[in-house]
Design a protein around this ligand. Structure first.
Ligand SMILES: Nc1ncnc2c1ncn2[C@@H]1O[C@H](COP(=O)(O)OP(=O)(O)O)[C@@H](O)[C@H]1O
Ligand SMILES: [Mg+2]
Length: 270
């Protein structure tokens, strides 16, 4: 498969197609260090990450007679966090699922890193989601019986990484989200914010090109939600990933780099 890649690759092969600078697309992978913070603007130091990672073009999606998406164009750059806002039932989750290959559009195209992905078959899209995308949901969807490090390591192991290496990478990632002391705790022994940090670590551990979050702070209080969204946006964009965050919360959207609104399945920049 064309998008197969080795598990231990560093630097990442996720170079955008139009990368032309001599700078590496990925900065040096920080070893067990906190990421240096949430950039106020995309690429504040110039262009450490550049290029369009994710493109949706003319996206239309129906559920029977119900219109989910009525023709959406959207692009997200490397290192950019896009907030998708809008009233309930207007197509936000549908857009996220179509961009992430969970749903296929009825019309239009989805491109990831220079490759058209909407026409891939189910099996190929499953592999694509596992290897190249990360997901954070409102309810963290951690496995209750597994400690944090194993929850984070699991997607790597499913993908064939040895247990030893997967656990090592998982603990490194957990350290970067501030959970060095919690690696052995099960989800029931974590606060809501901590559990969502584990979910973020799990989403990022495979070095995804794009990270998708659907109401990731919906179950958290405002202060914890702000910390979690800053962590998600900072850690993902620091790695050059594109981020798409669905939210109805203005405070969450304000912590992203750009906002689009969806009304009646159509998107408009504000
Ligand atoms: N699986 C589904 N079957 C039928 N209709 C759906 C399904 N998912 C979403 N819809 C409909 O599509 C529209 C957009 O839904 P959705 O994308 O979930 O909106 P949002 O995330 O903005 O709340 C709504 O009218 C919703 O009822
Ligand atoms: Mg939704």
């Amino acid at each position: 498969m064309s998008f197969q890649r080795p598990h231990t690759t560093q630097p990442s092969p996720h170079a955008p197609q139009n990368q032309s600078q001599s700078q590496p697309f990925h900065p040096q992978h920080p070893q067990a260090q906190p990421f240096p913070g949430h950039p106020q603007q995309p690429n504040p130091q110039g262009i450490p990450h550049q290029g369009t990672v994710l493109t949706g073009r003319g996206l239309v999606k129906y559920y029977g007679d119900v219109v989910g998406l009525a023709g959406v164009d959207v692009t997200v750059q490397a290192g950019e966090a896009l907030a998708v806002m809008g009233p309930s039932g207007n197509g936000k989750t549908t857009l996220l699922h179509v961009l992430a290959g969970i749903l296929t559009p009825d019309q239009g195209e989805v491109w990831l890193g220079g490759e058209r992905v909407d026409q891939l078959g189910d099996a190929a899209r499953t592999v694509l989601r596992r290897r190249r995308l990360g997901f954070v949901f409102q309810d963290n969807q951690l496995l209750a019986e597994l400690p944090a490090d194993e929850n984070v390591a699991l997607p790597l192991m499913v993908d064939g990484v040895s247990r030893r290496e997967a656990i090592g990478r998982a603990r490194n990632m957990l350290a970067q989200v501030g959970l060095s002391a919690e690696v052995s705790r099960r989800p029931g022994e974590l606060s809501g914010g901590q559990a969502q940090r584990v979910a973020i670590a799990r989403a990022l551990v495979g070095e995804p090109q794009a990270v998708f979050a659907d109401e990731p702070t919906g179950a958290l209080d405002a202060a914890t939600g702000a910390q979690v969204i800053d962590l998600l946006v900072g850690a993902a964009t620091h790695r050059g990933a594109a981020v798409v965050v669905v939210t109805h919360d203005d405070a969450v959207a304000a912590r992203c780099h750009r906002v689009v609104r969806i009304v009646d399945g159509r998107v408009s920049e504000r």
